[in-house]
Every structure is written in C-alpha cells, then in structure tokens.
Design a protein around this ligand. Structure first.
Ligand SMILES: [Zn+2]
Length: 117
C-alpha cells in the first residue's frame, strides 16, 4: 500500500475512533446518538432497539470497534495493513474504503460467515 493511501486510512480510522468515543460519552450522559451510516456492518439493528439493553450493547460494540481501529492503526505502523489475515492476499482498496477495519478479504470473510464464526 502506498504511503499516501496509508495516510488516508490513518485519518479515516482516527476520525472513526473519535466519533465512537464521542458517542460513548454521550451514551453515558443519556444523550444517545448513533449514526448507522458510520459502521453499517457492525451496527445494523441497533436503531430498532431501545432502553438499557441498547445502551449496553452499543457500548460493547463501540469498545469492540475501538479495539479493531487500534489494531488497524498498529497494522499500518508495522506494514501489514490491507493484507488478509487469513490468506495473505490484498484486501483491496475498495473494501478497505467501505470498511477500514476489515482484516479479511471478501472471500475469506464470506467463507467465515458461512462457517458461522
Ligand atoms: Zn483472504
């Protein structure tokens, strides 16, 4: 991956991280705001849920996503970002742009989903 592309993903990942932390902070103070467009893969049914269960789940998902973002940033650092964790092929810029925390290529991801993991 080119340096200019890495920089772009560092920026996107840091922005996503900041948004998640902002959301978590608002959730803690009772003003829950969640933009489902931020992470369509992860937060797909959240808007249909309500109450404490929703906030609990939201925070759990935010924590998990923040960990994924941190991992992606570390991978950019060590040069392994954008490489599939399973087959070691390039994940592809299109997929990474849609989902910057992706660590599997689309083939391995669909295979994983078929196996129910
Ligand atoms: Zn793969």
């Amino acid at each position: 991956m080119k340096k200019s592309e890495q920089k772009k993903f560092i920026k996107v990942l840091n922005e996503n991280r900041r948004k998640l932390i902002d959301n978590a902070r608002r959730a803690l103070t009772g003003d829950v705001h969640l933009d489902p467009n931020d992470f369509p893969d992860e937060i797909d049914t959240a808007s249909s849920e309500a109450g404490l269960a929703f906030i609990g789940r939201l925070r759990e998902r935010e924590r998990a996503l923040i960990q994924k973002i941190d991992m992606a940033l570390r991978k950019i650092d060590d040069g392994s970002y954008g490489i599939c964790a399973s087959c070691e092929e390039d994940i592809g810029l299109e997929r990474l742009t849609a989902r910057p925390v992706a660590d599997l290529c689309i083939d391995c991801k669909s295979q994983q989903e078929r196996l129910g993991h």
